[in-house]
Design a protein around this ligand. Sequence first.
Ligand SMILES: Cc1ncc(COP(=O)(O)O)c(C=O)c1O
Length: 462
Amino acid sequence: MDEDPPCHPEPFKIKMIERIHLHPREKRKELIEKSGYNVFKLKSEDVFIDLLTDSGTSAMSDSQWAGMLETSQVYAGSPSYYALEKAMKDIFGFKHYVPVHQGRAAENILFSTVVKEGSYVPNNMHFDTTEANILRNKGTPVNLAVEEAYDTAKLAPFKGNMDVSKLEKFIREKTPAKIPVIMVTVTNNSAGGQPVSVKNIRETSIVAKRYGIPFFIDACRFAENSYFIKRREEGYENHSLKEIANEVFSYADGCTFSGKKEALTNIGGMLCANDDELFKELNNLTIVIEGFTTYGGLACRELEAMARGLYEVIDEEYQAYRHRQIEYFAGLLRKSGVPIVEPPGGHAVFVDAGKFLPHIQAEQFPAQALTAQLYVESGVRAVEIGSSCFGKTDEKTGEFIPARMELMRLAIPRRTYTDNHLRYVAESLICLYKKRGQIKGLRRVYAPKLLSHFTAKFEPVG
Ligand SMILES: Cc1ncc(COP(=O)(O)O)c(C=O)c1O
């Protein structure tokens, strides 16, 4: 009689809505053709359910909106900067912080400062923006995730982990002098939003310290990762999410953070570091390219929304609902045989497009083809995380090297869509799965060198 209900419903109710529209199929077909089969080019008003990203798409709370109105807009030393600093000290615990306008700005500042020609930056798996910011500075991004991260069907609790012995071997081979920073991304977005354990982070930091290399965390989804740790890692079941985050960050020398995910805001980010000398350099570059250090390219209202959002994201009831909703969505797809990355990650369900469309070769971009066709089928916008995003062209031979995985990501914006919206997406995808043999591959007719998937253009093959 005294037990809680078994499922975790939304720990909030809806106060404001935004009307969305589903165009007829013929119009969707015409729009995807016009966009060069690249959903980044679609107008959002032409999208029915938008699962392109969980970044900057959260619904903010009444408390966040209220704080945005209450704060004062000043150039230096706003109360919201200090509120954010207090939240960051409390949850992240690093010695120094500077706000930036989004995660990639923090990456740009960090890598422009420490990466030189010939540098290597190992990570469990880089995201496209960390990869691009390292390449821009003439460094080489290196992925050293555990092998099971690449096995989409394998059930394991921490498939996002760094392969620590591979990391140590790599450091010895390249020498520490060529490695200005080691990173770990939590959760591991490129591998399907898979979590990283505390044990793995601790071991990575021990290796980094052994060779005198700074260790930074790409902390975009630190709270979802903390919830996974609480549920899956022995010894953490009675820890609060804040305690887990405190411990995770205590092993690092700094972090980059996109507030567009887990500060539950629509813009914002942070760069943190413990080292006084390094931080001085980072701080000075921030002033040059982002703005003064107490606003970092943001309006003060955005600092306030981040300060409040950081506490909302570590609310355990919120995380329980979020993880339950993603599991519900994944379960619908799993039941109908749609190949997804298992177990599902913390911010998205990833479809294994290579298995969904085995008749389409990687050179014909199966995940891109599936993403385009899902839009035609349902008005749903997903995103390709496959060879358009991570494929490479060998500069010497011109040969195309496909990505190791062909994934389509269905990212779930935070506090935005109901289970019923996700049921519609699952039913549409299941429909498409039944007629998957009819989906054709794509030929890429345009792609810039860096972050090509944003602006690439495609044509149907045949
Ligand atoms: C793991 C990871 N790192 C960095 C970023 C970059 O953050 P932003 O989009 O705020 O620049 C993202 C964004 O999706 C991400 O998922």
